[in-house]
Structure formats: C-alpha cells, structure tokens
Design a protein around this ligand. Structure first.
Ligand code: HXC
Length: 258
C-alpha cells in the first residue's frame, strides 16, 4: 500500500515502518497518525509478519505532535475529535511485538510513541524529551504515565517540568531504552532483534507480551496470577512439547505456532 508520510518495507517476516516527514522532523500530524494506524493494523493482520520495527530518520525519530497543525485548535476541537486518543488506543492493542528504533530526537509525542512500543533500541545520537511544557501544554499520549513508570517520579518530573532532553546514555541508565548502539548499526540491530523474536513460537511471544504489559496495568498479585495462568496454559501447546524436546535432543526447535 502506498503511503505519503510513512514507508513500509517487509523483510523476511519483519515489517519495518519508517516515519517519513523529514522536513518536519517526522512531526506527527493527522495524516501520519492515520497512516501509521493503518500500517500497524495491516501488519498485525498479516500472517507473514511476526514482528514490527518502527523507526524514523537519522536526525529525528519524531519531534512530537505537529505544532503547526495543533496551534489553532480550541479545547472543544481537541475534546470533540478526541485528539490522538482513539488512534493511540489502537496502537496499544497491536498484538505483535513492536520495537522502536530511535535515532535523533524523540520528543513529546515522539517520545510517547516510542514508549508505546514494546521496547526501545536507541542510537547513540538519540535524545528523548517531553518539552510540551514550553508550548503551554503537557504530554497527551501517555508521557506523564509511561515515562514515570520507566524512569521513576523524580526523573519524569524533571523531564516534564523543565522540558530538558535526555541523551542515549542517560536513557539507558534510567531504564527507558533496552540498548544503545552506534547510529550506523541501529537498523541492523533492531532488525536482528526482530528476526530473533520472529523465530520463536508466536503463541508464547503473544503470551509474554501480554504478561509483561500486565505489570503496567494491574497490581502485583493480579499480574502474578495472570502470568501463572498463561504459563500453565502454554503447556497445552505443541510448541511447548517441541521446544522442550528440541532442548533435550540438542537440536533447534521447529515451532509451528500451535
Ligand atoms: C511541527 C516541527 C516540529 C513539530 C520540528 N518541526 N519539530 N514542525 N511540529 N513538533 C519543523 C520545524 O518547524 C522546521 O521546519 C523543521 O522541522 C526543522 O526543525 P528546526 O527547529 O529548524 O531544527 P533544529 O533547529 O535542529 O531543532 C530541532 C528541535 C526543534 C530541537 C527538535 O525542532 C524543536 O524543538 N521542535 C519541537 C519539539 C517539541 O516541542 N515537541 C513537542 C510537540 S507537542 P521549517 O519549515 O521551519 O524548516 C507534542 C504533544 C504530544 O508532541 C501530545 C500528543 C501526541
């Protein structure tokens, strides 16, 4: 499918989605958000795709929501159209793993979009920030909640109240990103991680994603119960038998997603 604000490439069983509004540092406008929603939903439905990598350009993953587009909106406009709300809720319902590969600026909605993904691999050039405060607004697609869960209250408050940026080393130190790699290696590293995920049984991959996400959404006791039930349930799969047999027979497993 031809898009105007993103580029989708499918390599092996991985969909690589690139935000592509370089002149505006990939600012998230309505067109981009709509196309991204479409591409993610298509990838989620496509049986040939087993993992998704979301990236931007070298200078910016995304420099936030499109300020030009938002600048004249009134409260009623934003409330009435549920600005970003429904689209972003749909992003969080994608069941396949999504890796954010971040180079350059991931600011405001860009930082929030990266945090909606399942994990973030950062180039050493990455800069994260929630500078909405400089525009007289606050984060609107999860930044106050997700960043706080990633890095804790003190650092999240610092980021949201001062609007300062965090570099890749600080982001890794604080638990915002899972790994930092040289910029030139960002896409190969993210694609290699995606291919590794794609080799696994997709039944257990889905269960793992759901269970880790419970840690963000419920109490420890409920999350542990959810994990235990999913763990028990996976013994009903052929892939559990195959995975364990392969280990004992010292060979690679042949998972069939069953
Ligand atoms: C629209 C943007 C933009 C944005 C950059 N551009 N960010 N356009 N919305 N968020 C445009 C600039 O206007 C400029 O266009 C071009 O991209 C290059 O940007 P420059 O500023 O010239 O580049 P530079 O000097 O290198 O500075 C880079 C930057 C700066 C530090 C990232 O652009 C910046 O501060 N951007 C805004 C970051 C921000 O406040 N993000 C939060 C947005 S609010 P022209 O046409 O002049 O060349 C938000 C709310 C989230 O995200 C809530 C829900 C999603």
């Amino acid at each position: 499918m031809a898009y105007e604000t993103i580029i989708v490439e499918i390599e092996d069983s991985v969909a690589l989605i690139r935000l592509n509004r370089p002149d505006a540092l990939n600012a998230l406008n309505a067109a981009l958000i709509g196309e991204l929603g479409q591409a993610l939903a298509d990838a989620d439905r496509n049986d040939k795709i087993r993992c998704i990598v979301l990236t931007g350009g070298e200078k910016a993953f995304a420099a936030g929501a499109d300020i030009k587009e938002m600048s004249t909106k009134t409260f009623v406009d934003a409330y009435d159209e549920d600005l970003f709300g429904a689209h972003v809720d749909a992003f969080t319902r994608i069941r396949k793993p999504i890796i954010a590969a971040v180079s350059g600026y991931a600011l405001g909605g860009g930082c929030e979009l990266a945090m909606i993904c399942d994990f973030i691999i950062a180039a050493d050039t990455a800069k994260f920030g929630q500078p909405e405060i400089n525009l007289g607004i606050i984060a609107g697609i999860g930044g106050t909640q997700r960043l706080t869960r990633f890095v804790g209250k003190s650092k999240a408050m610092d980021m949201h109240l001062t609007g300062r940026f965090m570099d890749a080393a600080e982001a890794e130190r604080s638990g915002l990103v899972s790994r930092v790699v040289p910029a030139a290696k960002l896409i190969p590293e993210a694609m290699a991680a995606a291919r590794k995920i794609a080799e696994k049984s997709q039944v257990s991959i889905k269960a793992a994603k759901e269970a880790v996400n419970r840690a963000f959404e419920t109490t420890l006791a409920e999350g542990l119960l959810f994990e235990r039930r999913s763990f028990h349930a996976l013994f009903a799969t052929e892939d559990q038998k195959e995975g364990m047999a392969a280990f004992l027979e010292k060979r690679e497993p042949q998972f069939r997603d069953r």
